[in-house]
Ligand binder design. Structure first.
Ligand code: BJW
Length: 251
């Protein structure tokens, strides 16, 4: 399927593009072995989000919520970036400006070498003090204590992620909206495009005149509104586009 992809028009557009934005979701890490949220193998099939990924759940049973995050850190910690992450990291040198907006909390884009990253939903390797708001990196697998406690003030630490019903960082969100409205091309990779406000970023881009390129094995609510809807795995499609680009660019 990926080998037959018609990339001609897309490559022409990319050659002219100055600002590229990429919005990624859990699907880009699927080929690294990290479960997505929705779909047949999704995390939400086994765990109801309202039981685990909400402030209410955390307030009621921080130990249970932390055990889930500790389990996920154990999985993610063993995984490496796949060819999709690596192409995106390389494209920071290919294009004059490339901004990566991710919903993922797994840190695999950074591990692949991406630098210009806006993490909409936080990062699983960061903990935040529930009293003082201090954010600290922590790579322990497993965590030394569950639930972890702030060494400064003794309050509970929580994962530095955005749960349902919580606001995203206003700065990160505002900058992401700005980047979306300024880009010439936006790639939307591996997201079901249902969780707001991330799902509205491609519409910001499109309304400002950007071309939208979706890469996903399955259709999403966004598919109808894209300029290119490429069905396939991002770990295959992105390297294929990259190969075509290299034939024309001095990449
Ligand atoms: C591949 C592939 C391969 C597979 N290659 N692709 C009613 C209407 C509108 C909005 C709301 C509403 N009720 C509530 C809301 C707001 C809510 C929301 O949007 N809910 C919707 C579900 C309806 N949003 C919020 O609460 C946000 N806050 C907010 O809006 O504040 C203001 C407000 C509050 C309350 C009410 C109203 C306004 C916060 C959202 C935070 C999301 N948090 C999570 C958990 C993070 C922490 C953690 O991981 O534990 O973020 S939820 C989860 O979903 C996670 C993800 O980042 C996010 C998006 O998921 P994603 O990345 O799209 O993954 P999947 O699994 O859904 O899709 C994977 C895709 O990959 C699929 O399409 C596959 O086909 C594809 N794929 N293999 C390429 N190889």
């Amino acid at each position: 399927m990926a080998g037959k992809l018609e990339t001609g028009r897309l490559i022409e557009i990319l050659q002219e593009a100055k600002n590229i934005a990429i919005l990624t979701g859990a699907g880009i890490s699927a080929e690294s072995g990290i479960p997505t949220f929705r779909g047949e193998e999704g995390l939400w099939k086994k765990y109801r989000p309202e039981e685990l990924a909400t402030l209410t759940a955390f307030s009621q049973d921080p130990k249970l919520v932390w055990e889930w995050y500790d389990w996920r850190r154990g999985i993610i910690g063993q995984k490496d970036p796949n060819p999709g992450h690596k192409v995106i990291a390389r494209w920071e040198e290919t294009f004059p400006t490339l901004s990566l907006i991710t919903q993922n909390i797994d840190g695999l884009h950074q591990k692949a070498g991406s630098k210009n990253i806006w993490e909409l939903h936080g990062n699983i390797w960061k903990l935040r003090c529930t009293e003082e708001g201090t954010i600290m990196e922590n790579y322990d697998i497993p965590l030394k204590e569950i639930p972890p406690i702030c060494s400064e003030c003794g309050a509970l630490l929580r994962p530095h992620v955005v749960w349902y019903g919580e606001s995203l960082s206003p700065t990160i969100l505002q900058e992401s909206i700005q980047l979306s409205s300024e880009c010439d091309v936006m790639f939307v990779v591996g997201t079901s495009a249902v969780v707001q406000p991330a799902a509205s970023l491609p519409f910001e881009a499109s309304e400002a005149g950007a071309k939208i390129v979706e890469i996903n094995p399955d259709p999403t609510p966004l598919s109808l509104y894209t300029d290119f809807s490429i069905r396939g795995k991002s770990g295959e499609i992105l390297p294929l586009i990259d190969r075509e680009l290299k034939k024309t660019f001095k990449a």
